[in-house]
Design a protein around this ligand. Structure first.
Ligand SMILES: [Zn+2]
Length: 456
């Protein structure tokens, strides 16, 4: 628990825990893509906890063994136990512990507990358990970015072959359209670029034709129900998108057209990527797509967090005033920069996805400082941000994250009431806005609003 027990905290936590939630960011594809995992250490050590395992010293071979569901639990246990002992107090380990407790009824991590878990595992990761877990957590709607996942294909989405549950909404991954990108389907090479052309029924022979194709594709995605764009280019480049003369961008683009074996690289393709990003923001304006952007910490070791600071986006936010930007992850660890942006720019909102399991106390402080500095209508309170490339969706991780999020939100609000900044009923209304009403309005989801102070 992240707050000392008190009658006020207990009361606020109970009410916050009863609130329905719009989950504003996942990488979920659907229950049919869940891979059953029959071995408990594999099932309990995926997702962000892998970063802690590596940080504590697990090398890639060890990680492969721990992930491999065909290696028996008894054989993995000595290695896992020694690493677990080092990471057991991190917030990612808390997610694993909550899954152990809430899904499997085990209070402690031990070999005996894992063997009991193994007996129950057949019933998890079925369609039925998937929907039950999400319903019990009161998640009413999910905004997902699945289109870069191996289980998903953007072309099939555009043609209507790939569909998602009725109460989900899709965001289009801008990774597909960056030339500085890792994704094999992206515009980073000839094939990726012609793939985008194919989706728009065009063979690309110029920068103009490429841009027309991207716009057509985004327009079709909107017709299919997409509600925005999602950018995670901070994984591949710095967020300083400069204004580049078209001729500079076109020169780089034409190099590819002149030699189809070219793969665009960093940093020499930065001017083209910068130019395209600004074009995509104009498309977002025309299509009225909000743009979600990853900022701050990255789920990868040895990265450069400084170049992912949202402060780099300032010129983009200032130029594209008619585009709404939903900035992710609390910009961890650069809280002050993000609060400045959200306070100063009417087109910036704070999205707390992933944040509670990045650093729950930072999240608590950010929410409190946001109450004091940013209109509370500009905060989107939760996004689980889970999805595994190998095992597919992991709803049990999302709901464990949500449980921690509700505790952090309750703790933040309790302190604001204790300091007499607001009444308890006002705090509960803010919680309902963060978790439900704000994303409902922002993404035009059309659900009935809820009143936090009357939710029990
Ligand atoms: Zn994400």
């Amino acid at each position: 628990m992240l707050h000392k027990p008190s009658p006020l905290f207990d009361s606020i936590l109970a009410r916050v825990s009863a609130l329905p939630v719009i989950d504003t960011h996942e990488h979920m594809v659907g229950p049919e893509y869940c891979v059953p995992i029959k071995e408990p250490i594999s099932a309990l050590s995926v997702g962000y906890i892998e970063l802690d395992l590596v940080s504590a010293g697990a090398d890639q071979d060890t990680l492969q063994v721990l992930r491999n569901p065909d290696v028996p639990t008894e054989k993995k246990w000595p290695v896992f136990e020694s690493i677990w002992n080092r990471i057991q107090h991190t917030v990612n380990a808390r997610v694993t512990r909550l899954i152990l407790q809430d899904i499997y009824g085990e209070a402690e991590m031990s070999l005996a507990a894992l063997i009991r878990v193994r007996e129950q595992m057949n019933s998890l990761r079925t369609d039925e358990s998937y929907w039950r877990i999400m319903e019990e957590a009161n998640i009413r709607m999910i905004l997902t970015d699945p289109l870069g996942r191996p289980q998903c294909d953007f072309g099939r989405y555009l043609s209507g072959e790939q569909t998602f549950p009725d109460h989900w909404r899709v965001l289009v991954s801008l990774s597909l359209f960056h030339v500085v990108a890792h994704h094999p389907q992206s515009a980073r090479d000839w094939e990726g670029m012609q793939q985008i052309g194919n989706w728009a029924d065009r063979h690309i022979t110029s920068l103009d034709e490429f841009l027309e194709s991207v716009f057509d594709v985004l327009q079709r995605a909107k017709e299919r129900g997409a509600v925005g764009l999602k950018d995670q280019s901070a994984y591949n480049r710095s967020l300083d998108y400069e204004m580049v003369p078209r001729s500079d961008a076109e020169r780089i683009f034409n190099r590819m057209l002149g030699n189809p074996r070219t793969v665009f690289g960093w940093p020499e393709s930065k001017p083209l990527d910068d130019f395209l990003f600004h074009q995509y923001m104009r498309f977002a304006r025309e299509l009225e797509f909000p743009v979600q952007i990853h900022t701050g910490h990255i789920a990868r070791q040895y990265h450069r967090v400084d170049r992912a600071n949202a402060a780099y986006l300032r010129p983009v936010l200032e130029l594209h005033q008619q585009v709404r930007f939903d900035i992710f992850h609390g910009n961890w660890p650069y809280m002050g920069d993000l609060l400045f942006l959200a306070r100063n720019y009417p087109n910036v909102s704070l999205n707390c996805c992933w944040l509670y399991i990045l650093d729950p106390w930072y999240a608590e402080e950010m929410l409190q400082r946001a109450i004091l500095t940013v209109p509370h209508s500009k905060v989107h309170g939760f996004g689980g941000d889970y999805g595994d490339r190998q095992y597919g969706d992991m709803p049990e991780y999302t709901v464990a994250h949500l449980k921690i999020a509700r505790q952090v939100i309750a703790s933040a609000l309790t302190e604001m009431v204790e300091r007499r900044w607001m009444e308890e009923s006002e705090a509960l209304d803010i919680a309902a806005d963060w978790l439900y009403n704000n994303p409902n309005t922002y993404f035009g989801l059309g659900l009935e609003p809820v009143l936090g102070s009357s939710c029990v």
